[in-house]
Design a protein. Sequence first.
Length: 136
Amino acid sequence: MAKKDKKVTNKENNKDNKNKKSFFKGLKAELKKVIWPTPKQLLNNTVAVITIVLITAIIVFVLDFAFESLNKYGIDKIKQSIQTIESTEGENSSNTTTTENATTNTENTTTENATDTNATEETVDENQATTENSVE
């Protein structure tokens, strides 16, 4: 049985060697079919790729810088405007309270004056009626 094992192992090794040889033969055949660029074409294509990469990098850098500046200064301006509004509202709230009190006092005074005016008109009307009655 030892002879059979050796024969099987030898056959497997022979197949592996044939597969490796056929692989490299196929690889060599395929590489012969490839159309390789000339040195001039290689240089032109390399320059084109590097140029496109540099242009793209510049565009990305400019856009990044622009958006960062807009974001930074835009947010700062928004913060300042919010702080200004809040401080104005804080001052206005105390002024508003004072204004509301003044408005309420003015309304009360106006109402009192209107009531006084109505009472005065009623008194004048009564006096006129009395005077008319006495004249008749």
